[in-house]
Design a protein around this ligand. Structure first.
Ligand code: MTE
Length: 397
């Protein structure tokens, strides 16, 4: 197998942008400064968060790389990169978000286990590649199937990298066959990110992108695809990335009582400000991102400067020049919106943002109600505490 690097060998990691905030060095887990996320709708690859569970594999001879498609199939196949590239190519703009985004803030309420992340374990990219539904057609599985003739109901993705949680085995995850064979679900086998060949950190030469679903299911460095009756039994499906109620702790946890987390809920974060920022007198611009899973768009982003007593609506933006409206037919349904509002702040202020998605789901007010021991899916109202410097007038507006 190309690029096999042991689960502890970090001697051949790629170089990364120096502005990334490193949350864990080995495996490498890093996020950009919040402000980098709002400088463009499409996140530059350098600033895109990196979330790994083992060393980055090396596939140095792409000619020798092939993807195995097997499992419950009469005729398993091997596909070279050239064959994958011959399939119709799609560019899908999709936001990838780690389930652990904003974990550090959840940890402040009560300790959780996991890599600490601020609010930038998220990024929006244009992923280029073949649709998984087209690849599955090559092995005789037709579009919109939920079960194959041989009883296959799940599509498992197995990687090249090696991680300690799998006892030195590969990272893996699965999605239901129904989603995999639905062309409108836009599940990609991506070989490009923002118009360029994927880099090593993000899954070179081939990765899965499952839009609208927590990042953990978008398996990088894809080695094989397996059609199976059961969902993937790997660690990251069965012993991690599940959401438990606040009453569950490490003494009474029973992993089998919960399903693997798939779609992510509605989320937003302010990125133009950090806690303790001193802002100049006058009006201030508040901007950030908002996104929801499952292809649900963002209907509204509300901003409050009085602890949630009153709210004003922010403007939303996607690609195009003008503000985004929910009935924009050219909108990217898997992608975030960036938002912007101009507010007048009191002397000492907590600025709050909350988003509402197209199904009218709204972010919960407090982190305590959604606290879970793994610290995933902190989607509580995003709050930033700033202080007003009354001596200097604000010239940035
Ligand atoms: N795929 C492999 N093979 N190994 C990994 O460690 N991490 C997953 C997912 N795919 C992971 C993986 C997680 S938890 C996330 S959030 C995304 O990749 C992160 O993708 P990125 O590093 O390209 O941002």
């Amino acid at each position: 197998m190309p690029g096999l690097i042991g689960p502890k060998d970090y001697s051949q990691e790629p170089s990364r942008h120096p502005s990334l905030k490193i949350n864990a060095k080995e495996p490498f887990n890093a996020e950009p400064p919040r402000a980098a996320l709002i400088s463009s709708y499409v996140t530059p690859v350098d600033y895109f968060y990196k979330r790994n569970h083992g060393p980055i594999p090396i596939v140095d001879n792409v000619e020798r790389y092939s993807l195995a498609v097997g499992g419950l199939l009469k005729k398993p196949i091997q596909l070279s990169m050239a064959e994958i590239r011959k399939l119709p190519k799609y560019n899908v703009t999709a936001t990838l978000q780690c389930a652990g985004n904003r974990r550090t803030a959840m940890s402040k309420s009560r300790t959780v286990r996991g890599v600490g992340w601020d609010a930038a374990a998220i990024g929006n990219a244009i992923w280029g590649g073949a649709k998984l539904s087209d690849v599955l057609e090559l092995v005789g599985i037709s579009k919109h199937s939920s079960v194959t003739l041989s009883g296959g109901k799940h599509v498992e993705f197995i990687s090249i990298d090696r991680c300690k949680e799998e006892n030195g085995g590969p990272y893996k995850a699965s999605i239901p066959l129904q989603q995999a064979t639905n062309p409108d679900a836009d599940v990609l086998l991506a070989y490009e990110m923002n118009g360029k060949i994927l880099n090593r950190d993000h899954g070179y030469p081939l990765r899965v992108v499952v839009p609208g679903v927590i990042g953990a299911r978008s398996v990088k460095w894809l080695d094989s695809i397996k059609i199976s009756e059961e969902e993937c039994q790997g660690f990251f499906m069965q012993k991690d990335y599940k959401t438990f109620p606040p009453s569950v702790n490490w003494d009474n946890i029973n992993w089998s009582t919960r399903r693997p987390q798939m779609d992510f809920p509605v989320q937003c974060a302010i990125c133009s400000l950090e806690d303790e920022d001193v802002v100049k007198q006058g009006k201030i611009k508040v901007s950030g991102y908002a996104v929801s899973g499952g292809g649900r768009g963002i209907e509204r982003v509300d901003i409050s400067v009085d602890g949630g007593k009153t709210w004003m609506e922010a403007q939303r933006f996607q690609k195009g020049d003008g503000p985004y409206s929910s009935d924009d037919l050219n909108g990217d349904k898997w992608a975030w919106v960036l938002f912007e509002a101009v507010v007048d702040i009191p002397e000492k202020a907590e600025i709050i943002a909350k988003a509402v998605d197209s199904a009218a789901n709204v972010q919960p007010e407090n982190v305590e109600t959604i606290w879970n021991l793994r610290g995933i899916l902190n989607t509580s109202w995003h709050r930033v505490q700033v202080r007003k410097d009354s001596c200097v007038a604000n010239s940035s507006l």
